[in-house]
Design a protein around this ligand. Structure first.
Ligand code: ADP
Ligand code: ADP
Length: 223
């Protein structure tokens, strides 16, 4: 069993105007330590797919296996725990908490998980690894550049040592030079064993991946 398996997965939204099929019989495997890009026009189902891969949602029909577990058969608490254990999320808009310092933002998932302050300095290590020094770590997000904020967000995503990094347009808010620096960090994490899945509109960004999954109207048209 690969790390991720979608077996005939459909996602149907029930709207007042009728049912809308956002994912249409998708069958797909992603192996551990793959680096995959997901591309497709707006409305093709990329966010819906990321919500499935991120265990934020379950298929309407079909089966989704993550790390061998059938996600639809898990309780919502089990899904929450699995999400925290094996997935790190990185977003276009960073979503750092404005009132917390960079360090506190990175420490936050540890506090959620262990219900107490982590005293091992783990957050500092991850910040250093993505190029945020001690001085910058004390800054709040609005005192950092976009590229620095995304580095902090990557450190936050790494702090629980997830197997999978789900990146939704991670360079979408950055100039191209800064975006490529962020891609270098993601490539390095891939080399160190992470499974990296990235949604992008930018072919130059997708070129970093080993494989591109193309969606159109909720279907995989190329993988
Ligand atoms: P993409 O990320 O490729 O732009 P999405 O997965 O966001 O595509 O959306 C695919 C289609 O599903 C869109 O037409 C969108 O309107 C619809 N959709 C997405 N999420 C929902 C939702 N929660 N409820 C209803 N419709 C949705
Ligand atoms: P993105 O730029 O990531 O594709 P979208 O604008 O497609 O963002 O969607 C943002 C979020 O809103 C998605 O997670 C999706 O589930 C939800 N969404 C998209 N379209 C709809 C819709 N028609 N109704 C309800 N929720 C939607």
């Amino acid at each position: 069993m690969p790390l991720i398996r979608l077996n005939d997965v459909s996602k149907i939204y029930h709207l007042e105007s009728g049912d809308f099929t956002a994912l249409d019989h998708v069958t797909l495997d992603i192996a551990e330590n793959e680096f995959v890009a997901i591309m497709g026009p707006s409305g093709s189902g990329k966010s819906t797919m990321m919500n499935q891969l991120g265990i934020l949602d379950v298929p309407t029909t079909g089966e989704l296996f993550i790390a061998g577990e059938n996600v639809a058969k898990m309780s919502s608490l089990e899904r929450t725990h699995m999400r925290r254990d094996i997935i790190g999320y990185i977003f276009q808009k960073f979503y750092l908490i404005p009132l917390l310092s960079a360090y506190e933002n990175v420490e936050y998932p540890l506090i959620l998980k262990y219900k107490k302050r982590d005293t091992t300095g783990r957050a500092a290590g991850y910040l250093k690894a993505v190029g945020i020094d001690e001085e910058k770590s004390a800054h709040r997000p609005n005192q950092l550049s976009g590229g620095q904020q995304q580095r902090v967000a990557i450190a936050r995503a790494l702090v629980n040592d997830p197997k999978i990094l789900l990146c939704d347009e991670p360079t979408g808010n950055l100039d191209s030079k800064t975006g490529l620096q962020i891609m270098e960090i993601l490539c390095d994490l891939h080399r160190k064993g992470k499974t990296v899945i990235i949604v992008t509109h930018d072919q130059k960004i997708a070129d970093y991946a080993q494989r591109t999954i193309r969606l159109a109207d909720g279907r995989v048209v190329d993988s």
